[in-house]
Design a protein around this ligand. Structure first.
Ligand code: FAD
Length: 116
């Protein structure tokens, strides 16, 4: 059995999930409707209840209670999510990520064309 056919461990799950969440934020509408804005808030609250790593989910629920989702625009959501990821990075002793780079990292690719 290949390693990629095995259940995800905490770090694999984390990497895949951040990839999904940041990509979703980078493609969120610039000008969401009121409903899109509310639905994204609900999605994130529900996500936090069911994220399948219990200690991760409990800390994330607490963090987003202190810092509720910001969903008025793509940039606002991407920055909010980057800040939440940085809270986890710092908790784990990792460096904080430069949030001005999230759209290059997760949507546009780097200006030097290395992702084309
Ligand atoms: P990851 O942190 O998974 O990041 C993947 C890539 O995202 C990086 O290579 C970088 O290119 C980019 N990136 C890094 N920081 C940012 C940022 N701030 N904004 C945008 N992009 C960024 N693990 C635990 O051990 N304990 C926990 O409590 C815990 N809680 C978690 C809560 C959630 C909601 C999620 C999704 C994951 C959690 N994890 C937790 C997993 C942890 O965050 C990492 O995913 C895991 O440690 C693997 O880390 P990594 O170094 O491969 O990079």
């Amino acid at each position: 059995v290949k390693r990629t056919d095995c259940p995800l461990d905490k770090d694999e799950l984390g990497r895949s999930t951040w990839g999904f969440l940041h990509t979703m934020a980078s493609y969120f509408p610039d000008k969401p409707t009121v409903k899109q804005s509310q639905d994204m808030k609900s999605f994130l609250q529900i996500f936090a209840q069911f994220y399948p790593c219990e200690p991760c989910a409990l800390d994330f629920q607490e963090d987003i209670q202190k810092h509720p989702p910001k969903t008025k625009s793509r940039d606002e959501l991407a920055k909010w999510l980057c800040d939440r990821h940085n809270t986890v990075n710092i908790k784990l002793g990792k460096p904080s990520y430069d949030c001005s780079k999230v759209h290059e990292r997760w949507r546009d690719g780097w200006p030097d064309g290395s992702c084309d």
